[in-house]
Design a protein around this ligand. Structure first.
Ligand code: SF4
Length: 370
């Protein structure tokens, strides 16, 4: 069977060869996608859709061909040959490589590649991603005059309709991807060799499991890691945790006496070693003594839309939309409760209603409405 390496598979392979192999041949070992991960993917998709309007009027090849790769390749070639100026999700394949280019824009006899990212900066992984596309299009005989990463501008403050040229930053990375082309070629050689092997690469867990993306095979690879492992020591750096693991120390109880820990880590490690809980009565008392009635207990929820939905908000700004407030007017009083949930009305900013003074809400110590 011929193995095809797509852009996303290439990036996976750069993170970990074992992940590359498992993704291709052992889907049954993959973790179930969490809701949070699904939300990240859908954020990327919606940002990509909005960014297309920076270069309007193109045809979306992926949509047009409904996931049929052969058709997508033919349609891309047809659109390029028939004078299209802008193409979204343009498909290219050569030498068993495959990529869809987010936005492809004609530049005379050449073409410009725009890779859209839902982040607020350019990372090394994005450079590799762009370098893969540059390498593939060059193999296909396409002249590429520029390659850019289009990412969100976290300084943009929405006021009225979205201003796409302000919302997005376009950063040319042509020189970087030209330099990285040799790295891509070298990585591809290794990745094809991995895919042609007949066994899972013997790679132990490591820092690569979390970076640049959380791996979706951790349930499989990390199953030997016990509940109270060194990876659970709060605030210990990832490098130190991995160094302990690599030296054969897997469980908290085996961390040697004298290992450098801060005060809280020492409490945690000693607690596990001696099977005892820690309760600092004096500190709790000291804290409770600082509280004065009336006392409010507030829990709230926020959302962080990548594309700002409301005026005076920026990409990924936290927008509160719900709270639950318990209120104790004086010692011994009955606990009261009030709550707020914003109306889900498109374009309606929930922040004002969230903080608005309303009749019936409890007063603060100074007598002002909450
Ligand atoms: S969990 Fe870690 S070791 Fe296993 S495949 Fe993923 S990155 Fe590789």
């Amino acid at each position: 069977m011929t193995n095809i390496i797509s852009k996303s598979l290439f990036i996976r392979g750069c993170q970990c060869h074992k992940s590359l192999y498992l993704h291709k041949f052992h889907d049954e070992l993959r973790d179930t996608l969490s809701e949070a991960q699904e939300a990240i993917f859908s954020t990327g998709t919606s940002v990509g859709e909005v960014a297309r309007d920076l270069y309007p009027g193109g045809t979306n090849i992926r949509e047009l061909t409904a996931g049929d790769t052969a058709k997508a390749l033919t349609e891309t070639a047809n659109h390029m040959a028939s004078g299209a100026r802008v193409i979204y999700e343009a498909a290219f394949s050569c030498d068993n490589l495959l990529a869809y280019v987010d936005i492809l824009v004609r530049d005379g006899e050449s073409w410009k590649i725009f890779e859209v990212k839902a982040s607020t900066s350019v990372s090394d992984t994005y450079l590799l991603d762009c370098a893969f596309q540059y390498h593939l299009l060059t193999l296909c005989g396409i002249q590429v005059s520029d390659v850019s990463v289009v990412h969100l501008n976290n300084k943009y403050i929405r006021q009225g309709a979205l201003e796409l040229k302000e919302l997005f930053k376009t950063v040319s990375v042509l020189e970087e991807v030209k330099t990285l082309r040799s790295v891509v070629i070298e990585n591809l050689e290794q990745q094809f060799a991995i895919l042609n092997a007949d066994s899972i690469p013997a790679i132990d867990i490591g820092l690569q499991c979390h970076s640049p993306y959380p791996c979706d095979f951790m349930g499989h690879c990390w199953k030997h890691v016990p509940e109270y492992s060194v990876f659970e020591v709060a605030g210990l750096s990832a490098n130190k945790k991995m160094a302990l693991y690599s030296s054969g120390i897997l469980e908290i109880k085996d961390i040697p006496e004298g290992y450098k820990l801060n005060k809280n880590q020492k409490i945690q490690v000693d607690g596990v070693k001696h099977n005892r809980s820690h309760f600092d009565k004096a500190m709790v008392k000291e804290f409770l003594n600082t509280l004065k009635y009336p006392i409010y207990f507030m829990d709230f929820e926020t959302m962080m839309p990548a594309i700002p939905l409301f005026d005076k908000s920026t990409p990924y700004q936290q927008i509160p939309f719900q709270y639950s407030l318990h209120y104790l007017p004086h010692r011994g009083a009955e606990l009261q409760h009030m709550e707020f949930l914003a109306e889900a009305i498109e374009g309606k900013d929930p922040r004002e209603a969230f903080i608005k003074v309303a009749g019936g809400y409890p007063k603060t110590r100074n007598g002002a409405r909450l």
